[in-house]
Design a protein around this ligand. Structure first.
Ligand code: NAD
Length: 360
């Protein structure tokens, strides 16, 4: 297969971790007979330095011309970097918002998986961590409260702020379909999370999810109220497979789910649109505190590349090979500094990439 990938290395540790993910992709290409063509684009601080804006229109067009985007991270130290003295629309993060919007990325996927070898880093009680967990939080990314109308005004002499939570049935349907499609590639269970006991938008959400579910008889589904879900994530995370939810609930629940895995350097993510196109990136930021020191953990980016193979290119066997290689490296006791513990062997970012690539 010929795969065209726009690569945005970005700032901070971005270039280091993306280089390792490309190394692993190249190993997959060699073993399974695929060609990965990379087109490097600028976004974030590096684009500000070169072009004066965090993302040029030309870079957006080039990203669209590829099949997927592999992104490192963008931004610098928000206290000291000159990028943060610029107006908000010219700061690094504006590039990220622009590319998400331009590419129509409405579905955000964040897997939360507890590796056997990293159980000690899990903040949950031992008997809960013991059971492990492997879930995919699927968050709607372009609707709901964060994009609704808002205003702050004085009403009868009292300052009053209004935010609006709006969803239409089409927005709900397209993400529900994605969730059920993804459940078909996993353990075939969807938990749809809402607040249907209070909110109209949640009652519509529930109705549309039920309609979509009819087309997926093999997938078991359930509804869960968001407050209960927040509790269940720490009480019994093993029960979840795909967790489908709207923007704000997903924002909060996906961070809670990442927290219980114990390490930000291990967490992949994907943002998808209606086609197979996706943008794949680690969940963490640009980590300016460790940038350029060969200390970053590249596994989140490597696993994001595996998600790209699975969801954009339908190369499930190859994605499995990357995930198995990561597990193997951890089993053998290699760790970057963010996950190192007694009795394990500390390695740098590039060595971690070599180890995973060799085991693909
Ligand atoms: P961060 O995620 O960059 O760092 C938080 C902590 O986690 C740091 O101690 C860092 O060293 C560590 N860390 C993160 N990723 C790691 C990895 N792969 N390996 C080892 N350790 C890792 O968050 P922050 O410090 O709040 O933000 C730094 C910059 O990143 C800011 O400019 C922020 O706006 C930006 N940011 C970008 C993205 C993105 O590109 N999508 C996301 C979040 C934050």
């Amino acid at each position: 297969m010929n795969c065209n990938i726009a690569v945005i290395k970005g700032d901070g540790i971005g270039p280091e971790v993306v280089t390792e993910a490309m190394k692993v992709l190249n190993a997959v290409g060699k073993k399974y007979g695929h060609t990965f063509n990379y087109e490097q684009l600028l976004m974030g601080g590096c684009s500000i330095d070169k072009h004066g804006v965090p993302l040029t229109d030309e870079a957006v067009e080039r990203a669209k011309a590829n099949d997927a985007v592999l992104l490192g991270s963008i931004g610098g130290n928000t206290q000291t970097s000159p990028w943060y003295k610029l107006p908000p629309e010219l700061r690094p993060e504006a590039g990220l918002l622009k590319i998400r919007k331009e590419l129509g990325l409405f579905a955000n996927l964040r897997p939360a998986y507890l590796y056997e070898e990293l159980k000690d880093a899990c903040p949950l009680k031992e008997e809960i961590a013991e059971k492990g967990f492997d879930m995919m939080i699927m968050r709607e990314l372009t609707g709901g409260l964060y994009f609704g109308e808002r205003k702050t005004e004085e009403v009868d002499g009292v300052m009053t702020a209004v935010d609006t939570l709006t969803y239409n049935e089409n927005e709900i349907r397209r993400i529900a379909i994605k969730a059920f499609d993804i459940a078909m590639k996993r353990r075939k269970k969807v938990t749809s999370v809402d607040k249907a006991n209070v909110l109209d938008s949640s009652r519509l959400w529930r109705k549309v999810v039920e309609e979509v579910a009819k087309d997926y008889p093999e997938v078991k589904y359930e509804h869960m109220l968001v407050d209960n879900c927040a509790m269940q994530l720490v009480k019994d995370p093993a029960q979840f497979d795909v967790v489908l939810t709207e923007n704000m609930f997903g924002d909060i629940l996906s961070d809670e789910a990442s927290m219980i895995t114990g390490s930000i350097g291990m967490l992949a993510s994907a943002s998808l649109n209606e086609t197979k196109f996706g943008m794949y990136e680690p969940s963490g930021g640009s980590a300016p505190d460790i940038a350029g020191q060969n200390k970053a953990n590249p596994i989140a980016t490597i696993l994001s590349a595996a998600m790209m193979l699975r969801y954009t290119f339908d190369l499930d066997r190859e994605a499995d090979a990357i995930e198995a290689a990561v597990k193997k490296v951890l089993e053998e006791g290699y760790r970057t500094c963010d996950i190192v513990s007694e009795g394990t062997q500390l390695v740098g970012c590039d060595k971690m990439g070599d180890l995973v690539a060799e085991r693909v």
